[in-house]
Design a protein around this ligand. Structure first.
Ligand code: HEC
Length: 141
């Protein structure tokens, strides 16, 4: 009985952790969990063409000056980080001339497009601006 009781307490503790999740909470989701919607990818593609493709290329291939946002180099650079890390990179420094010119939600839409282009699966819901640090950047399965 002692073991069963401990199991219950551990479960209750895990549940508490979940409902009181802080930004530092353990990463529960990954880029393979269908974290963005197809509609968001479409919006993100339009925003990418407007604000990013002049440097990063129509096919995310880069232009020699700006790095590619797809392919093995990009993927291995971000593998093991979080979607929040990628978002922060874009939030703070992209587009270089005026990072504040593109609103947060649109930058997240662009991330959905970038992830889709890199063969991550889409899901039902949009990727929100909040909680991105809790989503681990894993290579596609
Ligand atoms: C004026 C050209 C230009 C535009 C426009 C631009 N970028 Fe960049 N981007 C760069 C350059 C150059 C770098 C690498 C050096 C640096 O970080 O400044 C870079 C780096 C990045 C990186 C880091 C890539 C890596 O793997 O290290 C990401 C992600 C990125 N850009 C996303 C975006 C997004 C999303 C947009 C549109 C909102 C955008 N950029 C618009 C030039 C540009």
């Amino acid at each position: 009985m002692k073991v069963a009781r401990f199991g219950f307490v551990a479960l209750a503790g895990a549940w508490l952790l979940l409902v009181t999740a802080t930004p530092q909470a353990a990463q529960s989701k990954t880029t393979n969990d269908g974290i963005f919607s197809d509609a968001q990818v479409t919006r993100g593609e339009a925003a990418y063409k407007k604000d990013c493709s002049s440097c990063h290329g129509d096919g995310l291939e880069g232009d020699g000056f700006a790095p590619a946002l797809s392919g093995s180099e990009f993927m291995s650079a971000w593998n093991g980080t979080s979607v929040g890390d990628l978002y922060d990179r874009i939030r703070i420094s992209m587009p270089p001339s005026n990072p504040a010119s593109v609103p947060a939600q649109i930058k997240v839409d662009v991330i959905a497009f970038v992830l889709k282009t890199n063969k991550f699966p889409s899901g039902k819901a949009d990727l929100p601006v909040e909680g991105l640090k809790d989503i681990k950047f894993d290579l596609p399965k």
